[in-house]
Design a protein around this ligand. Structure first.
Ligand SMILES: [Zn+2]
Length: 818
């Protein structure tokens, strides 16, 4: 049943404010502005009869001047949607209203506007629904086709075995149910291992595939799994082993484990400069050119209780540069009929409040704000603002001199100056001739484990160089850049002030949303402030709201922290690999990292050869992570960012890959822990107890070292790929074929007998995780092709831009047409 509109007399308590105050509605001051409705005690009479389904009730836009007016709507019992946005003339809210209710609200002075467009198309919605239902009914009448994407088993913690299955149905509707059945090893009966229903995975409204939400514990490693659909489709595939690649154990004298507590950015930076001093022959410190804004803030104070009588002041100087010495007093004069006046002595500001003939205070919050901002001496010290855009018509009370404060709690050993970010460059030959690798950590302040990963990696490299042959090869053959904390100011804030801080510390909020209670919401999400696939380009997963956790900043690359990353990759164009280490969840991901919401249009996917290279590299890297304590990063948490996590508009891996061709990987350290007692996986969080954080740092430092091994293999790769043309199907009028390669490589081919070049057709993927496309020809065709691996080696040494003809060639025969 719809609630009726109720009068002011039955007003509910309104507690929408952050201020520790509950407004009694009757005490609310009169709203200012032309659209301001006056308070009224009469009821708005409901005119909706429960029996009439369509009586013109619609979702209408209502624009109100301020929050108090929203509260009035609530108090009047208006049926408001959970939606609001700032518009030029106030706040837009959406109300479910009948024509009569809308008239009544207008009569009370409310600015009731048009219907929310996509809610007005009732008939269109009904029609769409009918079409969708009949399509589903049609789909139900025929079998669906199941495409197996992956079926893998793996061991994790304590050698437990798990099964992971992903299958895509051609029927994309929500009523299609897929069930998996597996055996208990080679030669055992199908179904002897177990059976389970798969979950339907959708993203941005689009069906992706079916999968297990979590890997499923199994007692035996299955050999084959069969997936059946409620639509009739069925497919049986072998189950392959994920990870567990046997790696050469480290040398006998290999040393590790160099971190024994969580470290703040000051400490981390001191640590790497210490390493540079200790190992001058194979390291140097790279000072990044853009100083951060610094661990510092303006000083503030807030006066008042109810929103209308509340205002705050913000020092013009940072707290550490004198802002903390400014004070403000609100004095009630002895004299009656006094004028509002501001006086300044040194850094002490005194407001003499205005009084009427009886000596009562008459100054409103807005008047005090205006007087302070108009006074040259006061406004040199501070700026004043009413509460969150409130008109400020409430009377202020006298208050003793109050010292403004920046509220920062870090010890004085943490500098309040702009921070000099430093990267540690490691390599025997640092002249740009070696393949470069950029390892960076802690873009998000609260991810405390991540700087430990970077520090541990640097220590392992430097302290094993003298005696461990494998480490020596890495440092001799590569040029490594380690940036242990990519967000030092935010990280200091996370350590000392607000542990859940994600963003940097720079406040881009206008004064109206910069009151002291908002301080933990300020800052820019540094992994949303880059320039590729950004919010500003229309991509999804970032916000323009300055207090949002994923605030993209006022513009692309507005933040010095991010400009430093871009500077580093430009200054050292030999950088070919980058690893952006975050926490938590246990992920290994690569570009594209974002999509546009409409149609889920991603940034261009990497080509087939590169994608296969990423999968091959992931097996090596994740097997190294697994070495420490058996943790497996799940198959379902490995892959392109939007396939496994979400869209992250303006992230750094996309910046490095699409702008500079740097293979940009992301780790999320901290894989879920399996609790054998409950049979459930438990997330570890941002700041687990150090014993757990330490294990994560050890695991993923192993992963970073493995990335260096991958990069070294790339640098030394002189082996040419080899490929095969495989005919996969044939009938009377056509033939279908594809290519396979003996290592990840791209295949370029022609079908018209011409010489293949890098501009020829490239073999593509047939769909997300679906393998190479099949090519169909309807006449006998001479196929010419060659393959190129990721390191640029060409099959048979063929030169695509030259004139020689040592490419591969083969006739694909079509019957009756030779
Ligand atoms: Zn993060």
């Amino acid at each position: 049943m719809r609630s009726s509109l109720t009068g002011v007399g039955r007003a509910r308590a309104v507690a929408a404010f952050v201020l520790p105050v509950v407004l009694a509605l009757g005490a609310s001051p009169v709203l200012a502005g032309s659209a301001a409705p006056a308070l009224s005690g009469e009821e708005v009479v409901p005119d909706r009869q429960p029996s009439t389904a369509q009586d013109g009730v619609a979702l209408l836009r209502v624009v109100v001047p301020d929050q108090a007016a929203v509260d009035r709507l609530n108090a009047l019992g208006v049926d408001l949607a959970e939606y609001r946005r700032a518009v030029d003339d106030g706040i837009e809210v959406h109300a479910v209203l009948s024509p009569g209710e809308a008239r009544e609200l207008r009569g009370k002075g409310f600015d009731v506007r048009d219907a929310v467009p996509n809610q007005a198309g009732f008939a269109a919605n009904q029609a769409e629904r009918r079409i969708a239902m009949s399509a589903a009914a049609t789909a139900a009448q025929r079998n669906d086709t199941l495409t197996p994407l992956r079926a893998e088993w793996f061991t994790s913690t304590d050698d437990r075995r798990f099964l992971s299955v992903e299958v895509k149905s051609s029927a994309t509707d929500a009523e299609t149910v897929l069930t998996a059945t597996w055996d208990s090893g080679p030669g055992t009966p199908p179904g002897s291992g177990g059976t389970a229903t798969l979950s339907r995975f959708t993203d941005a409204g689009q069906y992706m595939y079916h999968r297990f939400d979590y890997p499923l514990p199994v007692t035996q490693a299955p050999a084959r799994v069969t997936v059946r659909s409620s639509r009739g489709g069925s497919v049986t595939v072998p189950v392959t082993k994920w990870l567990g690649e046997r790696r050469t154990p480290p040398g006998r004298h290999y040393v590790s484990d160099f971190v024994d507590h969580y470290m703040d950015p000051t400490e981390v930076t001191r640590r790497i400069t210490g390493l540079a001093a200790e190992f001058p022959r194979i390291t140097q410190v790279v000072d990044l050119p853009y100083r951060t804004n610094g661990y510092r803030r303006a000083a503030q104070a807030q006066f008042g209780t109810a929103p209308a009588s509340t205002f705050h002041v913000t020092s013009t100087a940072y707290g550490s540069q004198g802002g903390n010495d400014v004070s403000l007093a609100l004095v009630r004069p002895e004299a009656a009929s006094a004028a509002l006046k501001v006086s300044v002595t040194g850094k002490d500001v005194v407001v003499g409040l205005a009084t009427d003939a009886s000596g009562a205070i008459t100054s409103t919050a807005r008047q005090v704000v205006e007087a302070l901002n108009a006074d040259p001496a006061a406004s040199a010290l501070l700026r004043a603002s009413t509460y969150r855009g409130d008109q400020g018509d409430g009377l202020v009370a006298a208050a003793p001199a109050t010292r403004l404060t920046d509220g920062l709690k870090a010890p004085q050993s943490v500098s309040r100056e702009p921070f000099q970010m430093k990267a540690l460059r490691i390599g025997a030959k640092r002249d740009g001739s070696r393949v470069g690798v950029f390892l960076y950590c802690q873009e998000h302040a609260r991810e405390w484990v991540t700087p430990l990963v970077c520090v541990e990696t640097a220590e392992r490299l430097l302290r094993n160089y003298a005696h461990d042959p494998r480490t020596r090869k890495i440092i001799d053959d590569l040029d490594i850049f380690v940036l242990p904390t990519a967000n030092p100011d935010g990280a200091h804030y996370s350590f000392y002030d607000y542990n859940m801080q994600r963003k940097n510390m720079t406040n881009h909020c206008p004064a109206r949303s910069a009151d002291p209670a908002s301080r933990n919401s300020w800052g820019v999400d540094l992994n949303r402030n880059f320039s590729v696939g950004s919010l500003f380009d229309g991509y999804s997963g970032a916000s323009s709201d300055c207090t949002s956790a994923v605030f993209a900043g006022p513009a692309e690359l507005s933040e010095p922290e991010d400009r430093n990353q871009v500077w580093l990759t430009r200054k050292y164009p030999n950088i070919r690999f980058a690893m952006n280490t975050h926490s938590y969840g246990g992920y290994f991901m690569w570009p594209p990292g974002s999509y546009k919401e409409a149609g889920r249009e991603t940034l261009p996917r990497v080509d087939l050869g590169t994608e296969n290279y990423f999968w091959e590299a992931s097996r090596h890297i994740l097997s190294a992570v697994q070495e420490r304590r058996g943790t497996a990063i799940w198959p379902g948490r490995t892959g392109p960012v939007p396939d496994v996590l979400y869209s992250a508009a303006g992230n750094s891996a996309d910046e490095h890959w699409y702008n500079r061709g740097i293979i940009g990987w992301d780790f999320e350290v901290g894989a879920d822990l399996y609790d054998a007692a409950t049979g459930r996986f438990q997330p570890v969080g941002f700041q687990p107890p150090f014993t757990e954080g330490h294990e994560e740092a050890m695991e993923f430092s192993g992963g970073q070292i493995a990335i260096l091994e991958v990069a070294r293999a790339y640098a030394n790769d002189r082996r040419r790929p080899d490929s095969e043309l495989k005919v996969t199907g044939r009938d009377d009028s056509s033939a279908t074929f594809t290519f396979t390669t003996d290592e990840p490589a791209n295949v370029y081919y022609t079908l018209d007998g011409s010489r293949p070049t890098l501009n020829s057709r490239k073999l593509v993927s047939s769909g997300v995780r679906e393998g190479a496309q099949r090519i169909t020809v309807n006449r006998t065709t001479e196929v010419h092709w060659f393959s190129v691996d990721v390191a640029g080696n060409v099959e048979r040494g063929y030169r695509p831009g030259g004139t020689d003809r040592n490419y591969r060639r083969e006739r694909v025969e079509v019957r009756g047409n030779r």
